[in-house]
Design a protein around this ligand. Structure first.
Ligand SMILES: CC(=O)[C@@H](O)[C@H](O)COP(=O)(O)O
Length: 273
């Protein structure tokens, strides 16, 4: 029997705001040791979307043409973000500036409660999401795994939600898998991207095995000893997790069950078509 052939170019089947994604990995552009490592890591990740912080780049004086040229040369969709914004006004103004600078109406919306936890400030988040949607933005909010907040964000016009795995930069993985699983089950048709706190490829694979639509990460790749290899490792983990989810993962049992039958055929059901 011939081994099944993989399609030459797999499509992900994931559509965000009407745009078909070429990868289920979204990657941040901050904290890399150099622009060339950033470019190589993005390429190795295969990510079709990079997120860029207008405010942080401005603060570092890097919104000059060279940084913009570098980002544009990556040849992938740019998802500006409002990282570092604490108020609705700051977030909305930053989003509007980002639309001008990057020429896109997509925005990763962050409204942060405080700088120690980087926890989303969900009341401001919902208000900013409503204002930006009314202004024509396609909003991808960085949120928590709370269903009532999710409901408000959807009502505000968000068509994609990005619950955190854990607080930004912690690398703790999925801190509350039960609540994330509930969110997945409750909104089977809403694209859900795990954003932030992912520290290892196994965390990303776990999210994908749970049925999440994608993963957005930055620190674990940018701060790795070898960011380019790490980006490739994450890409494989995300693909593997998705393939496992689509293939039908086995259920967990309390009791042991022999995997080798004592008598009879070694195949489960030869007559099954
Ligand atoms: C780049 C960006 O938007 C981050 O704020 C994002 O939330 C990823 O978080 P990690 O750095 O924890 O992967």
């Amino acid at each position: 029997m011939n081994a099944p052939q993989l399609p030459a170019k797999a499509t992900t089947g994931l559509t965000l705001y009407g745009v078909e994604m070429t990868s289920r990995m979204l990657i941040g552009t901050a904290q890399y040791p150099s622009p060339s490592v950033l470019a190589s890591a993005v390429e190795a990740s295969g990510a079709g979307v990079v997120t860029v912080s207008l405010r942080r780049e401005q603060a570092r004086g890097r919104t000059g043409e060279r940084f913009l040229e570098l980002i544009q040369a990556l040849g992938v969709r740019v998802l500006p973000n409002t990282a570092g914004c604490h108020t609705v006004k700051e977030a909305v103004t930053t989003a509007q500036m980002a639309r001008e600078v990057f020429g896109t109406d997509w925005i990763k919306l962050e409204v942060i409660a405080n700088d120690d936890t980087l926890q989303p400030e969900v009341f401001g988040l919902v208000e900013a999401a409503a204002a930006l949607t009314a202004d024509g933005f396609k909003v991808l909010p960085y949120t928590i795994e709370d269903l009532s907040v999710a409901e408000r964000l959807l009502r505000a016009g968000c068509q994609v939600l990005m619950p955190w795995g854990a607080p930004i930069g912690t690398g703790r993985g999925l801190a509350n898998p039960y609540a994330l699983q509930s969110m997945r089950a409750y909104y089977p048709d809403v694209p859900l991207i795990i954003d932030a706190g992912i520290g290892a490829p196994s965390h990303a694979a776990q999210a994908m095995e749970m049925g999440f639509d994608g993963v957005l990460l930055n620190t674990a790749v940018a701060r790795a000893g070898d960011p380019v290899r790490m980006a490739a490792a994450f890409a494989r983990a995300i693909e593997a997790g998705r393939a496992a989810f689509e293939s039908g993962l086995m259920g967990v049992r309390d009791m042991a069950q022999p995997s080798t039958p004592v008598a009879g055929t070694p195949f489960f059901d030869l007559d099954r078509k």
